[in-house]
Design a protein around this ligand. Structure first.
Ligand code: ADP
Ligand code: MG
Length: 323
């Protein structure tokens, strides 16, 4: 890489030594990491391309926040504890103001969730950010998509549909007041990975997934991998207050089912563990909405007040490069 870029990394991405398990971080040919004894390493990667996954002219601090947060959401969906991450940064030019803002947003999130940057790569090209996260989980405790069984109950951890609403606002398809605008932008750029709830759910939930493609598509992934079906009761699917206020139920539920970018967890609990789940909810250690059940068969069936409805699941719509 060019000298200027090397200096940028030294200045903005070198972290102080001392992070847990890091024998060598940024600065050598490889990072050297000590995986705690008796733990499995959970590894996941997500790429965000400028103009597709976020507007190119978005605030670099917010781009960084979103990039790391969506990766942390994958660790949450597995029930893993964040440990380390690497960063692949492709930039059209080495703009030091941009990189400074990006690194501020990045480390704000990294410090909040106690995850250490241990390396990466920097190249020139169309704006794109790849993050690979590493977490740890006890063998046998990971929340896997393939673990659902017929008779399990289906839950989500919070409102769905905000991601699609935010996208509509960004694409100027939906006009909103200042407070709703701020609410949706915060949701879009600063999604909250459900790490705490996921940890509490280990040992109680069987299958889990984070909702990035839309509730129906993501619950559908659980169904495929577990070789089961699922029934969703649409009147029980939680929508946020701003969505409820802004659009009719039909629109809100469409966003919830097929929008994506929500980053709540969808998970299943067997009947034998329902009392444990309820106790945790009573202790306010979990926030859950009971939205359906796992059935024999295939795919996701939607009922509204008991009547089967067909829904249009065009699936996730990317941000396009208009902005
Ligand atoms: P190499 O030529 O061996 O790939 P580089 O010059 O690309 O090495 O990187 C030098 C050091 O800087 C490595 O430790 C690498 O992990 C780190 N690094 C490069 N780019 C980034 C980045 N965007 N974020 C964090 N660390 C980075
Ligand atoms: Mg390199």
């Amino acid at each position: 890489m060019a000298v200027g870029e090397f200096e940028l990394i030294e200045r903005y991405f070198r972290q102080e030594a001392g992070a847990l398990g890091v024998a060598m971080g940024v600065g050598d040919d490889c990072a050297l990491l000590n995986v705690p004894e008796g733990q499995q390493l959970a590894v996941s990667m997500d790429t965000l391309v400028g103009g597709i996954h976020f507007p190119k002219n978005a605030d670099p601090e917010l781009i960084a926040e979103r990039a790391l947060r969506v990766n942390l959401s994958d660790l949450a969906a597995m029930g893993a504890e964040p440990m380390w991450f690497t960063l692949g940064l492709t930039l059209p030019n080495a703009n030091s103001q941009w990189v400074k803002g990006f690194s501020q947003g990045l480390f704000r999130v990294a410090n909040e969730y106690n995850i250490a940057l241990v390396g990466g790569d920097t190249t020139r090209g169309h704006l794109s950010i790849t993050i690979q996260v590493h977490g740890t989980v006890e063998p046998g405790r990971a929340l896997m998509r393939g673990n659902a069984s017929v008779g399990d109950e289906v839950f989500v951890t919070g409102p769905v549909g905000n991601g699609a609403a935010a996208l509509a606002v960004i694409k100027q398809e939906l006009e909103v007041g200042k407070s709703a605008f701020n609410y949706f932008m915060d949701h879009y750029y600063r999604p909250q990975p459900q790490l705490q709830q996921a940890k509490t759910l280990c040992g109680i939930a069987e299958a889990a997934i984070d909702i990035s493609d839309g509730l129906v598509a993501d619950l559908g992934h659980i169904c495929e991998q577990s070789v089961v079906g699922a029934t969703l009761h649409l009147e029980r699917v939680p929508l946020s207050e701003p969505v409820t206020k802004l659009v009719p139920f039909e629109k809100g539920i469409q966003w919830a089912l097929s929008g994506g970018d929500d980053y709540q967890l969808c998970f299943t609990v067997p009947p034998s563990r329902m009392s444990q789940l309820e106790a945790l909810v009573d202790q306010k250690r979990l926030q859950v909405h009971h939205i359906g059940e796992i059935t024999r068969g295939k795919g996701v069936t939607c009922l509204y007040n008991g009547e089967e409805v067909s829904i249009n699941t065009e699936g996730y719509q990317h941000f396009d490069s208009k902005g």
